[in-house]
Design a protein around this ligand. Structure first.
Ligand code: UPG
Length: 465
C-alpha cells in the first residue's frame, strides 16, 4: 500500500478543499485537512468571508496558525439579495451564495501552483462545482458530512422522492433497514423546499465525481457500508465510496474554553451527563426550561451547553434571561450550565463524562463514538433522526451500549492511488476501538437519567429546527 509520503517521491499531491457554511460542515473539512497534511499532502483551503458564525472564523484562524504551510484562498462571493433567495436561514443563504458564485471558482483553481491533483468539496455544492471542475479536468471528491445511512438516502434521490413525498418511504432503499417516513428530514417531504430541490439536482450528478468520502467506519455503520461495499446499494455510475472516519478532534481546536474542563476535573469518573445540541440548534425558551427541569429531575450531575440563537453573532443574552434566574440557581447544585462555545472534542474525552444527550449532528455522533461515550439520542431536525437510527442500531445509544467494534473495512470500491493513504485512518481507528471496548459495555448513568427524566413530550412533539 502506498502512502502520500511515498507518493511525494517525487510528487507531493496538492489537494484543495472547499467547505460550506456552519461548524457542522467546516469541522470535518479541517479535520480531513489535518489528516492530509499529516500524510504529507500540500493543502489549499478555500474559504468564504465573512463566515456566517464567529466560531467558524476563529476555527479557520486557529487551523491556519497551526499549519502555516497551508495556502488559504479567499473565495469572494457575489452579493446575494436575501429577497431573491430560497431561504432565510443564514447557513442556507450562504450555500446559495456559493452556488450562485461558483463560476468564479474556475480562475481560483487554475491559478494554483503546483496544479491541483484533487479538489474536495462539500456535498451541498455538487451542482455548482461539477460544471466548473469538469471543464478543468481535475479529480473531484465529495465530502459527505453526514452518515452513510443518510448518504444511502441522498444517493437514491430523486427515485426516492416521489415515493417518500406521496407514499410510504419504508421500502424505497433496497437492502437497508427501512427508513421510516418519520425519520426523513422534514424538508425533503416538501417538494419545493430548497433542501429537496438541491438534493434532487445534486444526487443525479454523483456519478460525475471521482469518489465520495464519508466520515464513518465499519463499526458504526456496518449495515450501510456493507451494502455499499458489496455494491448492493450502488446505483448505476455511483463513484467509489470511501469510509474515511472517524475524523478525530485535533490539537488546533483546543482553545481558551476551559471553564467546563475545570468543573469536570472536580467530578467523579463517569458521573456527568453532557448535554448539547450542536452548533446551530436554537431552542425556544420554553424548550430550554423544560430541558432544565428534566435535568434537575434526573438527579444526575450534568454539564449543559445552552444555545438559543442559531448564529453566535446574535447571541447576546445571558443564561438568567434565557433559562430563568431561579432555575439556573437551582441547577448550580447539580451541574454546570454554560452559554458559550465549549471544546466538545475535549469534554467528551474527559474521564468524568459518562453519557451524552445529543441531537445527533453527525460530528457529535462520531466524536462520542471515538471517545466511547454512550449517547441518549434526541434528534431535532435535518439528518438527525436518520443519524439517531444509526446510533441506536450500532449500540452507541440508549437501547444498548456498544459491545465492541467488528473489524474495520476501509476503502470501498476501486482504489485510487492518490487516496490510498486513507486506509490508514481506519487502521488507527481499529486500535482505538479495541481500547474502548470496556467503556462501551455499560452506562448505568444514562439508564438512570432516562428513567428519572420526565420531559414534557407533547411540548417537544413538533420541535423541529
Ligand atoms: N461544537 C463544539 N462546541 C460547542 C458546540 C459544538 O465543539 O459548543 C462542535 C461539536 O464538537 C461538533 C460541531 O461543533 O464537532 C457540531 O457539529 P454537529 O454535531 O454535526 O452538529 P451541528 O452543528 O448541528 O451540525 C449540522 C447539522 C447536523 C448535521 C451536521 C453535519 O445541524 O444535523 O449532521 O451539520 O452535516
Amino acid at each position: 500500500m502506498s502512502t502520500c509520503n511515498e507518493l511525494s517521491q517525487p510528487h507531493q499531491p496538492h489537494v484543495a478543499l472547499l467547505p460550506s457554511a456552519g461548524m457542522g460542515h467546516l469541522t470535518p473539512f479541517l479535520r480531513l485537512a489535518t489528516k492530509l497534511i499529516h500524510h504529507h499532502c500540500r493543502v489549499t483551503l478555500i474559504t468564504t468571508h465573512p463566515t456566517v458564525s464567529l466560531t467558524e472564523s476563529q476555527f479557520i484562524s486557529r487551523f491556519l496558525s497551526a499549519f502555516p504551510q497551508v495556502t488559504q484562498l479567499q473565495f469572494h462571493l457575489l452579493p446575494l439579495d436575501p429577497s431573491t433567495a430560497n431561504s432565510n436561514d443564514p447557513f442556507w443563504l450562504r450555500f446559495e451564495a456559493i452556488h450562485r458564485s461558483a463560476h468564479l471558482l474556475s480562475p481560483i483553481l487554475t491559478s494554483l501552483s503546483p496544479p491541483l491533483d484533487a479538489f474536495i468539496y462539500d456535498v451541498s455544492l455538487i451542482s455548482s462545482v461539477i460544471p466548473v471542475i469538469e471543464s478543468l479536468h481535475i479529480s473531484n471528491y465529495i465530502l459527505f458530512i453526514s452518515s452513510a445511512r443518510m448518504f444511502s438516502l441522498f444517493s437514491h434521490y430523486p427515485d426516492f422522492a416521489s415515493k417518500a413525498i406521496f407514499g410510504d418511504a419504508l421500502e424505497v432503499i433496497p437492502r437497508l433497514k427501512p427508513i421510516p417516513r418519520s425519520s426523513i428530514p422534514p424538508l425533503l417531504l416538501i417538494p419545493d423546499s430548497l433542501f429537496a430541490k438541491i438534493i434532487k439536482e445534486d444526487s443525479p450528478k454523483l456519478p460525475k465525481s471521482n469518489g465520495v468520502l464519508i466520515n464513518t467506519f465499519e463499526g458504526l455503520e456496518s449495515e450501510a457500508l456493507e451494502a455499499f461495499s458489496n455494491r448492493k446499494l450502488v446505483i448505476e455510475g455511483l463513484p467509489p465510496v470511501f469510509a474515511v472516519g472517524t475524523f478525530v478532534p485535533c490539537e488546533f481546536e483546543k482553545g481558551e474554553w476551559d471553564e467546563p474542563l475545570r468543573w469536570l476535573n472536580e467530578q467523579k469518573d463517569g458521573s456527568v451527563v453532557y448535554v448539547s445540541f450542536g452548533s446551530r440548534t436554537a431552542m425556544s425558551r420554553d424548550q430550554l426550561r423544560e430541558v432544565g427541569h428534566g435535568l434537575l429531575k434526573s438527579g444526575c450531575r450534568f454539564l449543559w451547553v445552552v444555545k438559543d440563537k442559531q448564529v453566535d453573532k446574535e447571541d447576546e443574552e445571558g443564561l438568567d434571561e434565557v433559562v430563568g434566574h431561579e432555575l439556573i440557581e437551582k441547577m448550580k447544585e447539580k451541574g454546570l450550565v454554560v452559554k458559550k462555545w465549549v471544546d466538545q472534542g475535549e469534554l467528551l474525552g474527559h474521564r468524568a463524562v459518562g453519557g451524552f444527550v445529543s441531537h445527533c449532528g453527525w460530528n457529535s455522533v462520531t466524536e462520542a463514538a471515538w471517545h466511547g461515550v454512550p449517547i441518549l439520542a434526541w434528534p431535532q431536525g435535518g439528518d438527525q433522526k436518520i443519524n439517531a437510527e444509526v446510533v441506536e442500531m450500532s449500540g452507541v445509544a440508549k437501547a444498548g451500549f456498544l459491545s465492541g467494534f467488528p473489524g474495520i473495512e476501509s476503502v470501498l470500491g476501486p482504489k485510487l492511488p492518490q487516496f490510498e493513504f486513507l486506509n490508514h485512518f481506519n487502521e488507527e481507528n481499529q486500535k482505538r476501538y479495541a481500547e474502548l471496548d470496556d467503556k462501551f459495555k455499560s452506562s448505568p448513568l444514562l439508564k438512570e437519567y432516562l428513567e428519572k427524566t420526565k420531559l414534557n413530550k407533547e411540548k417537544f412533539e413538533n420541535f423541529d429546527c
